[in-house]
Design a protein around this ligand. Structure first.
Ligand code: ZN
Length: 457
């Protein structure tokens, strides 16, 4: 007697019995995390022909955001925290069925950072987690900067530029992640090049207003433009400090380009021997040594002040200190009261030409992330950021031209004669323009080429 194989159709006797029935093999479903891709294939065996799959209405629905495809794939991105018991059904071509009930849970663990957007190398950010069970652990699932994080969520960016990803996992394995972009200090290129260049320190912290409302004249300008709240005091909010840094960054950047060097402050081939120093309070921005321009080389530097102006409409005044070895401006000399750039006269002029909604809707805390992104050189992401950037950049561009004009005088340049174009920095009637490509004319560039670096540099 011959035994027939189940699948054989040859031979004689009774037809083979199809003893194989479809059976779900998967025993458990993975847990899901709100906001993160979910994927699990549910498998079955013993079927004849193609399977089809569905979720039975006899059980719960899948957590929102997850769906079951007809070929047994659970896919999607959970949008809710949920704990469900779902009944999954499979059917094969012979209409045999199997079903199994599964527990599936999603949680919305929320990772919160003390700082958003990009941070500079070495910066500290503290992370906290919520929404899950107790006992969070913090790890870096990507670590391009060489950063560290401890189990309290205290993160320190490493020394390299890159993206780190922080993960907080609760006691049951549910997690959230957040990326941290570690970028270079936006003022990294603004460093004094002692000995071979004229080092210029722009003082942003001068108080010369006869009846000051703000801690510095420059802060008054920022409030006037809407880059600071009109009632803000002291250093201001984080967002206001970022706005201040953004204006300084754009101003120093444009100023650097007027001398043929980089927007990032770094010297370029063919650029003039003049270096600028970033503002205090940043990693790279350190006030030059106290001895200043009156000290022995190599610690000589020049200062130009950004301060409140007169009501005469004069934007700036420059003096050369002939009694002090012809050093250039120095806010620290006894002639302080007559030195510097009258930025406050510039602000009303600028605002009258380029009105913006920030006048009535000044920088607030919710601008912080955008300002941080802009400070690190990212393009504006929305209309608000565009407005912030255009104001900071446009005003910075004109302020830089005024600074360059006054520095030019202190280096011996006269006004352009005949009067140059509106782009000509030494034009006596310097034009206020949001997008003017200011530059020294060829004659002045040649003079600067021979006069820089200045005396005893
Ligand atoms: Zn002038």
């Amino acid at each position: 007697m011959a035994f027939l194989a189940a699948c054989s159709s040859s031979g004689e006797g009774t037809p083979p019995v199809v003893s194989d029935e479809v059976q779900i093999q998967t025993q458990t479903l993975d847990q899901g995390n709100v906001g993160f891709t979910y994927f699990q294939e549910v498998t079955a065996a013993g079927a004849t022909g193609a399977y089809s799959w569905w979720v039975s209405t006899s059980g719960d629905d899948l957590p929102a955001g997850i769906s079951l495809t007809g070929n047994g794939e659970l896919t999607g991105t959970p949008t809710e925290a949920a704990a469900r018991t779902v009944v999954i059904v499979v059917q094969d071509a012979n209409s045999t069925l199997d079903l199994r009930s599964f527990r599936i849970e999603t949680r919305d663990v929320e990772l919160t950072a003390s700082a958003q957007g990009a941070v500079i190398p070495g910066a500290s950010v503290s992370f906290t987690a919520s929404g899950g069970s107790a006992g969070y652990t913090f790890t870096l699932t990507a670590n391009q900067s060489g950063g560290t994080i401890d189990n309290t969520g205290s993160y320190t960016a490493g020394g390299q530029n890159g993206i780190d990803v922080v993960r907080a996992m609760d006691g049951d394995g549910f997690f959230d992640e957040q990326a941290v972009t570690v970028g270079q200090d936006p003022f990294a290129g603004f460093q004094p090049i002692w000995g071979s260049s004229d080092v210029w320190w722009v003082s942003w912290d001068v108080v010369y207003h006869p009846a000051p409302t703000f801690g510095t004249d420059f802060d008054e300008v920022l409030a006037f433009l809407g880059l600071r709240g009109s009632a803000s005091t002291g250093l201001g909010t984080d967002a206001e400090q970022l706005a201040r840094f953004l204006v300084i960054r754009r101003t120093l950047g444009h100023l650097s380009t007027y001398y043929g060097n980089g927007m990032d402050g770094n010297p370029l081939a063919g650029g003039l021997s003049l270096s600028l120093v970033g503002p205090s309070g940043t990693t790279e921005g350190t006030t030059p040594p106290v001895a200043g321009s009156q000290g022995a080389a190599p610690f000589r530097f020049s200062t130009i002040c950004v301060r409140h102006g007169s009501s005469s409409g004069i934007l700036g005044t420059a003096y050369v200190d002939f009694s002090n070895n012809s050093v250039e401006h120095n806010c620290g000399t006894s002639g302080d009261s007559t030195l510097g750039v009258f930025a406050n006269q510039l602000a009303p002029l600028y605002r009258s030409v380029f009105r913006n909604t920030l006048e009535n809707d000044p920088v607030v805390n919710s601008d912080e992330d955008g300002l941080r992104r802009l400070l690190f050189g990212n393009p504006p992401a929305d209309s608000r950021e565009t407005e912030l950037f255009e104001l900071a950049d446009g005003f910075g561009r004109v302020l830089a031209a005024v600074l360059a004009h006054e520095i030019g005088h202190s280096l011996g340049l006269n006004h352009s004669d005949p009067s140059g174009g509106n782009w000509d920095i030494m034009n006596a009637g310097l034009t206020i323009g949001q997008n003017i490509q200011y530059t020294f004319n060829a004659t002045h560039l040649a003079e600067l080429q021979t006069s820089l670096p200045g005396p005893n540099r």
